[in-house]
Design a protein around this ligand. Structure first.
Ligand code: BEZ
Length: 247
């Protein structure tokens, strides 16, 4: 995953919607008492705890040390690991992942690692950003960077695959019974500034403080007509890909 200095406390407070949306993915996972489950990208552990409550034996991994510390403070068996370098061999009955895999463009490496980690018959259940995710926000960012070359280069390195492309990735890794589905899901956010602070740190990496202020304010102005109304407030144009596959 790219090296992002996650602010674990901020994330826990302001990105609550991420774990709330994860409840449906846990329902799809159907964790059972005694099953060994890997939570790939456990973050600060709130969703992981819900899987633990089902009676499963859960291991969490995350690329962020700060997040792993937060998970451990909740009593979760969590480790710092990259999703690209899973070093488990036929250990888990299921691998679960929510709102993480769009950070990892090396999708083939992840799929191979998940496949290796699962026991025969084990399942992979995941949800993350799919084709068209935050397209309005990304389009506005690309336009602003085009208009302001002095801000540096905007590299859109997120991985938002189509249902068909991701099905192929999983089938090539060896999975069967592969189901992939694109789900448009606009989510309420506090503000564009707050969203940028949570998820867009790398976007402003080459800007000085004045440029960051200018960028945030221009982006907010550009997106207000599309992603804000007085009754609902701000929202982000999320699109998810939901995945279930069997080894
Ligand atoms: C998402 O959760 O969909 C997301 C996160 C960061 C950047 C873009 C999208």
């Amino acid at each position: 995953m790219p090296h992002i200095q996650w602010n674990a406390k901020r994330y826990e407070e302001d990105a609550k919607f991420v774990r709330d949306l994860g409840d449906e993915v846990i329902a799809l996972l159907e964790p059972k008492v005694g099953e060994r489950i890997l939570d790939l990208g456990c973050g600060e552990g709130s969703l992981t705890l819900k899987i633990v409550e089902s009676g499963a034996v859960v291991t969490g991994i995350d690329s962020s040390y700060a997040m792993v510390e937060k998970s451990r403070a909740k009593g979760i068996d969590a480790y710092v690991r990259s999703a690209r370098e899973l070093d488990f061999y036929e250990v888990f009955d299921a691998v679960f992942s929510n709102a993480v895999l769009h950070w990892v463009p090396q999708a083939e490496d992840v799929a191979d690692g998940v496949y290796r980690s699962l026991k025969e018959g084990g399942r992979f259940v995941a949800e993350f950003g799919g084709e068209g995710n935050v397209a309005t926000i990304m389009g506005a960012i690309e336009k602003l960077f085009g208009d302001h070359p002095e801000w540096g280069v905007f590299e859109n390195r997120w991985y938002f695959p189509s249902a068909q492309a991701y099905r192929q990735v999983l089938e090539r890794a060896g999975f069967r019974e592969v189901h992939t589905q694109i789900i448009p899901r606009p989510v309420p956010i506090k503000s564009i500034e707050n969203w940028l602070e949570l998820f867009g740190e790398g976007i402003m990496k080459e800007m000085c403080d004045d440029q960051k202020r200018d960028f945030r304010s221009k982006l907010t102005d550009m997106l207000r007509p599309k992603l804000y109304d007085a009754d609902r407030g701000w929202w982000a144009d999320y699109v998810r890909i939901r995945v279930k596959a069997v080894k």
